[in-house]
Ligand binder design. Structure first.
Ligand code: URA
Length: 245
């Protein structure tokens, strides 16, 4: 058989595109296409070898509207009661909040949230981007809205920004910013962190003599939770630049 001609950059065969988006085994994806279950830009295409540009391709796959993404980057408005671990234990994993094709793509959380923490969680299958968004040297700030057990004082905020020692960690950690939220005596604190150590907010707040009762991440870099993204819902992010500071 003569070698197949090279495909133009960014293009692929339709069955391969369906497969790479996470719609099942390669053979099953061939079947979806050849049985007329894949539409491209509103038209059924039943040739598994038809060639299309991948990124942004508007499809309906087995009844599911789908925009193809070579690399997935999504924002999830995490609800309480879900673990970020890939092998969750006592609680269901955040992957359960995603459609099956995205679960198959093995998206990783960009900075985990505890089971009881709500709010902004980024997930991606792009290893280079994951590194860029999590490596401390890239200084991507994360903003947390904290509800404390005891009133928050200015002295606590000052200690959080000047640096606190966590357990037996030799290096003190400091918040980039810590501010009281609300008028008068308040239980609410807004904390901006550049690192992402294990239980960092809870441990920092404990280190200044208070206790976290509620934790919500509201911002990563320049990205906030879209107003119309309800808890438990997710959305594509097409331009990772929006996350970077
Ligand atoms: N810090 C915490 O303590 N918990 C989180 O979920 C995130 C940051």
């Amino acid at each position: 058989m003569p070698p197949r001609p090279r495909l133009p950059a960014g293009h692929d065969h339709l069955a391969q595109i369906v497969f790479a988006q996470g719609f099942g085994a390669r053979r099953d994806c061939d079947g979806l296409v050849s049985h007329g279950l894949v539409q491209v830009r509103g038209e059924v295409v039943d040739d598994p070898y038809a060639v299309f540009p991948v990124d942004g391709l508007d499809m309906v796959i087995d009844g599911q509207p789908w925009i193809a993404h070579v690399r997935a980057l999504i924002v999830l408005n995490k609800s309480a009661g879900y673990e970020c671990s890939l092998k969750p234990g006592a609680w269901p994993g955040v992957h359960n909040l995603l459609p099956v094709p995205l679960r198959r793509r093995g998206l990783q959380p960009v900075g985990r949230l505890d089971q009881d923490t709500t709010g902004l969680l980024l997930m991606t299958d792009d290893g280079a981007l994951l590194h860029k968004l999590t490596a401390p040297k890239h200084h991507v700030p994360k903003v947390y809205e904290v509800t404390c057990k005891h009133p928050v004082t200015q002295d606590m905020c000052d200690k959080l920004t000047s640096g606190v020692v966590l357990d037996d960690d030799p290096m003190p950690v400091q918040a980039d910013a810590a501010e009281l939220v609300g008028e008068g005596e308040t239980l609410h604190l807004r904390l901006t962190l550049l690192q992402g150590k294990y239980h960092q907010v809870k441990r920092m707040v404990a280190a200044v003599g208070n206790r976290v009762e509620g934790l919500h991440r509201s911002q990563i870099g320049r990205l906030t939770i879209p107003d119309d993204l309800a808890p438990g819902q997710w959305r594509w992010i097409d331009d990772p630049a929006i996350v970077l500071p």
